[in-house]
Design a protein around this ligand. Structure first.
Ligand code: SF4
Length: 551
């Protein structure tokens, strides 16, 4: 099967996606992915126009297939070139031909790709290097340089594609193996899922399999290590949690994160806590959520929810363009100053970075003021939860936890990446509907933040009471009080006559084929002294035989 640039691009994101695309499977669609495609197409058309404007029409070739017999200097710029070698195929956005620099020197071909994002990543460069390889095979000459035109200002980045040749070879070899296989690769849910058209299909399959990759915080290496121990499902993992006694000197240190405890919380459908989680709010809580465009380093919307007694006040600060960013920051500060002893509460590191950057860019209230104090010591609720409170949810995302606590969003399918496309729609059309949707989405993230804060405070006091929003009984289990003596291999009991005897007998074969080795120094000393009594008290150091587990 021919390996195309589209397959390379999807493989770099996820092998399963690459396999599904190669088999022509259609996903259920993804609004963000569709928006990215459109943005790239529009950017490519505009970028192409700019390149074409720089060459004379007779030196521009559109849609031709370059071959090895290509006459040097027949064209300077090729646009939309479908290039195919024996096994590889790519669609070059543009190819620049640099005429030979003198006798005996060949003309150089430089593939060009367009990418609408300002910030590029390694995948963009590998994709360009793939174009260079296909071109090189077709033209039978080295193609060692490529260009990526990207971002709002159509900046050109030169990439040494020869340096990425081995990466491209590895990727194409892997794709070749993948496409030759009759079945899809093992499913691994990953960060790209939120932007993928197969999201519903894969999530469903992951849940059916109870797959470990459902636990979003688990790194690939951790998952591979668990698999090597024979643990493939969340339920299997849940049985491996054992509370550990911590040395005296480490009692005050925070316990590391246990995936097994998260799995146990999911299996038991109960909140599990470790240590003494505490959220100290000494003042008026101000719940904050910020929307931004990371690709442009631009924050355009700040939402706050101020809770005073039984009343709630909400404010939104909207920036039409980057030049308004400073104004919304100061509007936000002026509201903060009005609050009596404000305590900022947010969820995750996005707002932590926002507060730091805004203070650097636009300044902060005078030192010593209550507002300055609130900015210096905001509460990141996620860091209180992490490693201390295990909600029975696959991730620690606000949406997952608040959803489990019973919070309902007006639009259940909206996500952070989708808000980026809404903002873009607003910038293109200035449609008030897009702006309203964003403001609602932003404020709706402040309300669940309050709900989760309440749950965290109650979990710390082990005093969770079902709220009107929570459908489940919010029972809290203290992980340290779990019985650590429960064996992974409890005694086998059966109501069927004879099964227990058969099970016992199974061990005879195992014992007959196993050699037990004791090589302890104590044993050596006992042997020297000529006594055998100590032998039974010494643990077996090694078991060997055909049925022994390697672990
Ligand atoms: S949804 Fe996730 S796992 Fe499935 S194909 Fe897409 S990226 Fe891969």
């Amino acid at each position: 099967m021919t390996i195309t640039d589209d397959l390379v691009e999807t493989f770099l994101k996820c092998p399963t996606k690459c396999f599904l695309r190669s088999r022509g499977e259609a996903g259920t669609g993804n609004a963000y992915a569709a928006w990215v495609r459109t943005k790239n197409d529009v950017f490519r058309i505009e970028g192409t126009k700019r390149l074409v404007a720089e060459v004379t029409p007779d030196k521009c070739a559109i849609g031709t297939q370059p071959t090895g017999s290509l006459k040097p200097a027949a064209w300077h710029l090729g646009i939309d070139l479908a290039v195919q070698s024996q096994e590889l195929q790519c669609f070059c956005h543009a190819v620049e031909q640099i005429p030979s620099a003198g006798r005996g020197r060949t003309a150089q071909f430089v593939p060009i790709r367009f990418q609408f994002r300002n910030k590029l990543n390694r995948d963009d460069k590998v994709l360009l290097a793939f174009d260079a390889r296909v071109l090189s095979e077709v033209l039978s000459r080295a193609v060692g340089l490529g260009k990526i035109v990207h971002g709002e200002n159509y900046v050109t980045l030169k990439v040494k594609t020869s340096a990425l040749a081995s990466d491209v070879r590895k990727v194409t070899d892997k794709i070749g193996t993948l496409l030759a296989s009759p079945s899809p690769p093992d499913l691994v849910l990953n960060r790209h899922c939120a932007e993928c058209e197969f999201q519903n299909r894969c999530r469903q399959k992951g849940i059916e399999k109870d797959d470990l990759s459902l636990l979003s915080g688990m790194a690939e290496k951790e998952r591979t290590d668990f698999n090597a121990k024979g643990i493939f499902t969340v339920t299997q993992l849940s049985y491996t949690f054992r509370p550990r006694r911590r040395p005296q000197g480490f009692r005050d240190k925070r316990e590391r994160y246990h995936h097994s405890l998260k799995a146990l919380a999911i299996r038991e459908k109960k909140i599990h806590i470790v240590g003494s989680p505490e959220v100290k709010i000494e003042g008026t809580p101000v719940y904050m959520d910020v929307e931004g465009l990371p690709d442009r380093d631009f924050y355009y919307l700040i939402g706050i929810r101020i809770k005073a007694g039984d009343s709630v006040v909400q404010h939104s600060f909207w920036a039409d363009s980057p030049s308004d960013e400073g104004s919304i920051w100061w509007e936000f500060l002026s509201k903060l100053v009005e609050v009596e002893n404000p305590v900022l509460i947010h969820y995750g590191s996005f707002e932590t970075v926002f507060l730091k950057r805004m203070r650097q860019r636009y300044g902060a209230p005078p030192n010593g003021s209550l507002a300055a104090k609130a900015l210096e010591s905001p509460i990141n609720l996620l860091s209180v939860i992490f490693g201390q409170i295990y909600f029975p949810t696959y991730s620690n995302g606000l949406k997952d936890i608040a959803g489990w606590l019973g919070f309902k969003w007006s639009d259940q399918d909206v996500s952070g990446v989708q808000s980026i496309s809404w903002r873009d729609t607003w910038e293109q059309t200035k449609a008030s509907l897009a702006k309203e949707k964003l403001i609602t989405y932003n404020l709706e993230d402040c309300a669940p933040l309050e709900l989760v804060t309440r749950a965290v405070a109650q979990a710390g006091r082990q005093d969770i009471r079902p709220s009107s929003e929570a459908p489940q009984s919010l029972e809290v289990v203290v992980a340290d009080n779990l019985n650590s003596k429960v064996s992974l291999w409890p005694r086998f009991r059966s109501s069927i006559d004879g099964f227990e005897t058969i099970n016992k007998a199974a061990r005879w074969d195992y014992q007959r084929d196993t050699i037990y080795i004791r090589s302890d120094a104590k044993l050596k000393r006992a042997k020297r002294k000529g006594t055998n009594r100590v032998k039974r008290t010494i643990r077996v150091s090694k078991k060997t035989g055909p049925n022994c587990s390697p672990f």
